[in-house]
Design a protein around this ligand. Sequence first.
Ligand SMILES: Nc1ncnc2c1ncn2[C@@H]1O[C@H](COP(=O)(O)OP(=O)(O)OP(=O)(O)O)[C@@H](O)[C@H]1O
Length: 777
Amino acid sequence: MATNVRGSPTFVWDTSKPLGQGATSMVYMGRNKKTGDEVAVKVFNSQSYQRPFSVQRREFEVMQKLSHENIVKLLAIEEESPSRAKVIVMEFCTHGTLYNLLDMAENNFGLAEEEFLRVLAQVTAGVKHLRDNKIIHRDIKPGNILRSVREDGRSVFKLTDFGAARELEQDEEFLSLYGTDEYLHPDMYERAVLRKSRGKQFGVYVDLWSLGVTFYHAATGSLPFRPFGGRKNRETMHQITAKKEHDVISGVQDTHGGPIRWSKDLPPTCRLSRGLKSLITPCLAKLLEKDQNLTMTFDDFFLRVDDIASRTPYYAFCPSSFSLLTLYARGRDDMSQLRQLITDQTDIPGGAQLLMVDGKELKDESREPVSSYLPHVSPEHPIFVFNKLPEFKRFIKPAVGKFPDIPPETMVDTDYPLSKKCYAVLHSVRNAVKVILQCNNLMNMAVKMYSNHIQHKSLEMELSMGHVMRGCSDARSWKEHLFSSLNTQATLLKALSNSNVKPPGLDVMGRANMLQTIYQTGNRECTQVSTSIHSKLDKAVSMLENIKVGQTADAGWDPSVGCMPSDRCIEKMDVLISKMHKVVLSFKEDRSRRALNNNDEQIHRFDKNKLKELCITARTLVEDHCVNRASMLFEAYKQFYSKVVQIHDSGERLDALVIDIYKQQKRLCDKLKVSGKQCAAQTESCLSALGQTEPVTNGEVSNHGDNGTASSLGTRQERLDGVLDGLQLTRSSLEEVRALLDENTSLMERFSSLQDQDQGEDDKSWEYVPYQEQNAR
Ligand SMILES: Nc1ncnc2c1ncn2[C@@H]1O[C@H](COP(=O)(O)OP(=O)(O)OP(=O)(O)O)[C@@H](O)[C@H]1O
């Protein structure tokens, strides 16, 4: 045991436990002799000493220059005793490399979104530090990106292996060859692997290409350029990278000498959201660009990654496409930009989007950045995006990897990688099941939320309709009251003009006619408005009846159409995973043995059958149960929504109609006020003229040529008094109507200001924008 322990003045390490092996070194886990701290010790092999001394020294020199969280930290350069060979002592990164992470079954189709973003941001930060120090790495690849895990469980990625690194200015070139085939810039590949184009020089841009390949690998779990037969098929590899079109990001040859499958997009099995893909893909296309005129500069690259990494993800669920969206908003993006991000992924125009968060409508079109007011949303509580138009996307099942064919024969060498492939696909199936369950749950939430919204709206409409109806019937009775007073007054004055009472300065007949005109025009105009109001009101009442159906909108909704947590699909997948894991382990062991005995071979055969069965069970579970039921749930949603969206639409139209009725009612009241005022003016002047009329005496009677009897005298006085009384009555009746109208106006003003307040109450951003208006924007 002790023979494996080596040491330097400050450190010891056990050579029986290598952390990894490279072309030029072995790396071991070691400890600080004084503190016991864990370290990684890089011990160089004989091959490394064949390099020129200046090259050997470079790795130490480069590492000494660097100090960054995303670059492995150099702790010491010491001499191993007794050999006196130099060793590099570094911080110990606990979780292997990015390559190891991608080799895990759950990451075989690429990293999950958050982890990918960490790789992108952190590796870029490390490279930026290199560029700031004018250093080119020349061997960037997942195997040279170490991973540690912080106390909060988050990964930290660090660039390592500076054996190929050197100082190089932006516009300088170099001649020597470094790197790993699959990650090599096509020009380097041509010279290093194909041994062509001798003497060709390269620039710092070769790191950008390697970064492109590394990020593609991290996003998809596969290399972007894959000739049939792999690494050995060098000519095709070079053809793919050198001849690809500019924005192509992958080229795969599936058969010997067969055509290349080019793609400008990340594959459907990639786990990244559509929102992130749309940001990453153009960046990858630029990195994987051979043409120096079209590729990006380091500065462009840093800016782009900075832009992606600094965005905030907002999660949204769109039931009409059965999809969970991730919207990457910039810090300053306002609501219209967020809506645009939704449009980009759903094709729903901004004006047709009804957005809801926690059951509350998100109505605002304000210029404030969404980050300042949008509540925290998570994939579990996303923004719900309803399409105001009953349009639906086709149901698309989540993409899963394809289980490979499993030949019945025992092939110990290839059965292990075959089982690993099945195991990786099984994980992608589990991910798909998880997504489906999440979408099912969100679908049920969406139906509940939309139904509540409709219920709320219909109650609100019922309330304002009640208000409007009361207002209309009041206005009608005031109108009748006012015009009957006017009529009475005109009749009284006419009667007076027929008598011989002549109030001084008052043309009684003229006044009577004037009142008659006010009565006729006022009554005609007001009756017109009132009739129009009432016909609109009738329409509104029947619309309200339809909307009230919405109060039970979700009555027929059955959440159990889709698979439910109680079906335990995820748990079933976990059981399949653990069973398959055992098969993978046993195949790995079988492969490590030289030969299988009869018994082992028999077991291997059983296991291979089991592997096949497990694949079939998983496929059946996802296809026949989860996907099938999710598509049924989606169909049910379409039916539900087509029905309720009409109710919502009627609500919007009724809303507009009610506003219209309010306006007309206000106009009616204004007209009534005008007629009332005119009538009151007449009343007042008549009253004052009549008040100045001389009391009736016996002498005057004959002068006026009346019949002169006592009874007729009494009748004249009585007539005058009667007219005075009548006018007094009209006056008080007019005052009453005016007071009622004033009250009605202030009530209406209060009501409409109440509505305004409702709109402005929470925040400007939650303002109600009628659908018609939103569309017009
Ligand atoms: N600081 C560290 N902490 C943990 N593991 C490490 C550390 N440094 C290196 N390793 C492991 O050792 C392996 C080899 O390290 P490194 O890439 O530096 O060696 P190399 O000989 O330069 O390799 P290459 O063939 O890429 O030139 C790494 O892939 C990793 O698995």
